[in-house]
Design a protein around this ligand. Structure first.
Ligand code: SF4
Length: 414
């Protein structure tokens, strides 16, 4: 087997992951088919805890977008959204998801769902971007159901008390509207329990990611991008918490046995930006073949809401969901990245400039140069897109990545 084709070690927990993700989709299916059960759609960093606490099954269109990307069908669906007037320059999760819907297709067919689960309400938070509001509006119009939003300001520097209180009030304001469609009324104890379950799962997820500080790292970015499924769609439930106990134990076991996610780890990289969903396994093999482990990423770290606090559920929700990387100012992002580079002993950074997601492309305003001046950690920028493969030149990226690793090798081992 050649270097670039060398194997990557699959985590055993992936078998359990498959089962619990399938069970999650069955709950959604059941909710659609059962009178009295209700489905809320939620953005990936939206108020999932509030929705779960009020008895909704919660569906996340971004997870669906990632599934479409990973199934390598986005370019087949995007033209249908463009024909409806959606621009090729906007989020390709949005265009591929709406396009798939218009073509009556979904990768969830393998989980027994013929279509996306019909929503009873759609709830977004603009903490990640404003496009989610437009995305959800398409479905609100189509299904003629209510759409609710939390409007978090972008580019947050200081997390002032006033700002958090104003976001917290927006969380509270959702309740009377949700109660018009929810299976049960809001209950503070339920909400606190859900917040606690979410916080505990987030802490475990953080500890899973922190295992990558070990050399060799027992987990890499490509594993984490798959194993983050439960923290995205099931945080606030016992299912996510239970799953991360299993994954955590497996990583501990790998460390005890000296097993690395990349068999011969020599270089440790940081991935800044969205995954290239249609290239995930190819990229995993490519980096493994270059003895390079991508040990940390902004993306996977974005679901660490460990500020959630059952003793102060609204304020802490507002804090946790306003604190995440994507919603912060350039200065704060720079500081956060600087810490990650140090904590994970990073040799180099890869910035994925994702054509249709400016919010997750942090190399557009000089941050990459400023960070390099402060840390002396070299970086590489690659152009691509999260879902649309037509924006990505595999050959160009391959040459750039291999050259970058050669340069790192010369720098580290000379
Ligand atoms: S953050 Fe990027 S990928 Fe996510 S919904 Fe917004 S534009 Fe799409």
């Amino acid at each position: 087997m050649s270097k670039t084709q060398s194997g990557i070690l699959r985590l055993e927990s992936a078998n359990t992951l498959k089962v619990i993700m399938n069970d999650y989709f069955q709950r959604l299916k059941d909710a659609v088919e059962t009178e009295g059960k209700k489905v809320a759609w939620c953005t990936s960093v939206g108020p999932a805890e509030l929705l779960y606490s009020m008895g909704f099954e919660v569906y996340f269109p971004e997870n669906h977008g990632a599934m479409i990307g990973a199934s390598k069908n986005a370019d087949k669906y995007i033209p249908s959204a463009l024909a409806k007037g959606y621009s090729p320059d906007i989020c390709s999760y949005l265009t591929s998801d709406i396009g798939a819907f218009l073509q009556n297709e979904t990768p969830m067919k393998r989980n027994g769902l013929d279509s996306v689960p019909k929503p009873d309400v759609l709830v977004y938070n603009t903490n990640q971007c404003h496009e989610v509001a437009d995305w959800f509006s398409f479905y609100a119009r189509h299904f003629d159901v209510p759409i609710l939003g939390i409007h978090t300001p972008l580019g947050i520097g200081e997390l002032s008390d006033n700002l958090i209180k104003s976001v917290s009030e927006q969380f509270k304001a959702l309740i009377p509207e949700l109660e018009k469609v929810s299976p049960r009324k809001f209950d503070m104890d339920e909400f606190k329990n859900t917040i606690e379950l979410s916080r505990d799962a987030c802490v475990l997820w953080r500890r899973v990611l922190e295992k990558a500080k070990h050399r060799p790292s027992p987990i890499n970015f490509f594993d984490a991008a798959i194993h983050m499924g439960p923290i995205v769609v099931m945080r606030g439930t016992v299912y996510a918490l239970d799953y991360y106990k299993i994954l955590y134990a497996e990583l501990d076991d790998r460390i005890a046995k000296g097993i690395g996610a990349v068999p011969d780890e020599r270089f440790r990289l940081y991935w800044e930006g969205m995954p290239l969903w249609y290239q995930l396994s190819k990229m995993a093999r490519l980096f493994a073949g270059l003895d390079t482990c991508i040990v940390a990423s902004t993306y996977c770290n974005s679901w660490v809401f460990d500020d959630l606090d059952p003793d102060d559920p609204f304020y802490s929700s507002a804090l946790a969901y306003s604190k995440l990387f994507i919603v912060r100012s350039e200065d704060v992002k720079e500081e956060m990245l600087q810490e990650h580079l140090k904590d994970y002993a990073i040799d180099g950074v890869i910035y994925h400039d994702s054509k249709t997601c400016p919010r997750n492309s942090n190399n557009r305003f000089g941050l990459q140069n400023r960070l390099f001046e402060k840390t002396n950690v070299p970086f590489l920028e690659i152009n691509g897109d999260l879902n649309d493969p037509r924006c990505f030149s595999e050959e160009q990226a391959l040459i750039a990545i291999e050259t970058f690793i050669q340069q790192l090798s010369a720098k580290i081992y000379s």
